[in-house]
Design a protein around this ligand. Structure first.
Ligand code: BES
Ligand code: ZN
Ligand code: ZN
Length: 503
């Protein structure tokens, strides 16, 4: 996609479609006003007759018939000006560009709206338009034996219009950030959408390796014997039931400056398929479990964004990857295993496997003497019971870290909601047979117990855990989250968080 920024009026663009925006108070300002004048008052008339309302989600198309150079005019409703933010702009941009695609418009021009009365900076507005637009136009290519003609109809060029030359630098900065964010999230979506026979731990490692070469990240991939040498008994217990070997993926941004820059470590659960193991899931429960590597995919996508934006921190992305399967060698309930920090774990449920991968990865994170560690995982059904699909759950032992994560959730629209780390939850995983159980015997506060479990492997002051089980699948009501399956949740959130940590 060719995206350029120019200082010229929207109505002068000779393109297949121009996209303008309107608040629901129907006031025409700046670019929309100039467009209306160039159209001999067509917008005013459409508002007067009541066809154009500016309500959030309205997409109105009409044909200027020579009044301006563009062949179509698309007006997208912004809704209420007092509720406007970057999220509203991302959604509106996605709606406008998707309409342009439906109409087979190859060239599109958009005004960078949302700055004046919308209150966004030019950079933030340009970012939101590009980010929302590209995320909305996302398509998963899949494995149809005949290439899908429909999949090649995205607009070829987008021209962003600003008022004067002095605005171009700020807008282009936003375009750069928005594009990096959207491409990173698309990378995450692609990985999660892939079927589990394709996206195995070795595949995930290979995809990360190719991505790392493309954007200039350092990558190290540990194989099974290296995990054995590190005594990663928790991760290996999960992996041993599968014929497909595990991988431990380590991505590093600014590896050469590790000693001079603060380090942030991101950790993502990479269960490439979760059958539940001997505590086997139901058919229904297994249906979405190809997305059980959504945390790992979020970290890999975030690292791609972090590299593209060249964030001035030493950032490490850890993605422990394994299949959770059944076989003659699979781990069983009642087994006691030992994690890489020497702590012993009695298995209650082989379906509580994600926390076992995370345990060894959280121990590994300590070697970087990190300023902050954030893990993200599709960890518990219990979190979905608590929060639904409205937000991911957030646990944190550090308030600064928590606040930056919550703010990043708001900024990206990838919402987080804090849940408690009550000491009672640690009690529920006590056992006479080992240092802890991998899950409590009852169904109460399963999400709290999972966080209490993870804390046993944390040996640094600032750690947070994100349970994204409710957010792994796309939201059909969000125009920039088109699916077909994965949301790409977490990539933008983590990248924005790292950006905020660098400030
Ligand atoms: N991957 C699942 C959690 C999950 C469930 C994610 C549904 C997304 C949608 C996880 O490994 C799991 O099975 N957790 C168990 C834990 C229980 C055995 C303590 C759960 O949530 O039921
Ligand atoms: Zn499980
Ligand atoms: Zn799982």
């Amino acid at each position: 996609m060719d995206i350029k920024t120019i200082a010229a009026p929207l109505h002068e663009q000779n393109v297949d479609a121009v996209i303008a925006f309107l608040f629901d108070d129907n006031e025409l300002h700046s670019a929309a006003k100039a467009l209306d004048e160039a159209l001999n008052g067509a917008l005013t008339e459409l508002i007067e007759v009541g066809d154009l309302s500016g309500e959030a989600g309205q997409v109105f198309t009409f044909y200027p018939r020579g009044a301006i150079a563009a062949r179509r005019v698309i007006v997208v409703g912004f809704g209420d000006v007092s509720e406007f933010n970057a999220e509203a702009l991302r959604r509106a941009a996605a709606l406008g560009l998707k309409r342009a695609r439906t109409l087979k418009a190859a060239s599109v021009a958009i005004t960078i709206a949302g700055t004046g009365r919308g209150g966004l900076s030019l950079t933030n507005a340009a970012q939101a338009i590009v980010e929302g637009g590209l995320l909305g136009l996302y398509r998963y290519q899949g494995y149809k034996s005949k290439a899908d003609e429909e999949n090649n109809d995205n607009p070829q060029s987008i021209t962003l219009c600003v008022y004067d030359d002095a605005d171009i630098t700020a807008a282009e900065q936003g375009v750069h950030i928005g594009r990096a964010m959207a491409e990173g999230a698309a990378f995450t979506r692609d990985l999660v959408n892939l079927p589990p026979n394709v996206c195995t731990p070795p595949y995930l490692a290979q995809a990360a390796t190719e991505m790392a070469a493309e954007v200039g990240l350092k990558i190290t991939v540990l194989e099974k014997h290296q995990m054995e040498a590190l005594k990663m008994g928790a991760l290996l217990a999960v992996a041993q039931g599968s014929d497909t070997p595990p991988r431990f993926i380590i991505l590093e941004h600014n590896a050469g400056r590790a000693s001079e820059l603060p380090t942030v470590v991101l950790v993502g659960k990479g269960v490439t398929f979760d059958t539940g193991g001997y505590n086997i899931k139901t058919g229904e429960g297994m249906r979405s479990m190809r997305a059980d590597m959504g945390g790992a995919a979020a970290v890999i996508g975030a690292m791609r964004i972090i590299a593209r934006l060249d964030i001035p921190l030493h950032v490490v992305g850890l993605a422990p990857a394994a299949d959770n399967m059944i076989s003659g060698n699979a781990y069983r309930p009642s087994e006691v295993i030992t994690a890489s920090n020497g702590k012993t774990i009695e298995i209650v449920s082989t379906d509580a496997e994600g926390r076992l991968l995370l345990a060894d990865a959280l121990v590994y994170a300590a070697r970087y003497k990190p300023a902050a560690v954030v893990d993200i995982a599709t960890l518990t059904g219990s979190c979905i019971i608590a929060l639904g699909t409205a937000a991911a759950g957030l646990f944190s032992i550090d308030d600064t870290l928590r606040d930056k994560l919550l703010a990043s959730g708001e900024a990206t629209g990838e919402r987080l909601w804090q849940l408690p780390l009550f000491p009672e939850y640690s009690k529920t995983i006590e056992t006479p047979n080992a240092d802890m159980l991998n899950s409590p015997g009852n169904r109460f506060a399963g999400v709290g117990a999972s966080a209490a479990f993870l804390r046993n492997f944390v040996d640094y002051p600032a750690w947070a855990h994100i349970d994204m089980a409710g957010k792994m699948q796309h939201d059909k009501d969000n125009p920039y989250d088109p699916g077909p399956f994965a949301s790409g949740y977490g990539a933008r959130l983590l990248a924005e968080f790292v950006r905020s940590w660098a400030q």
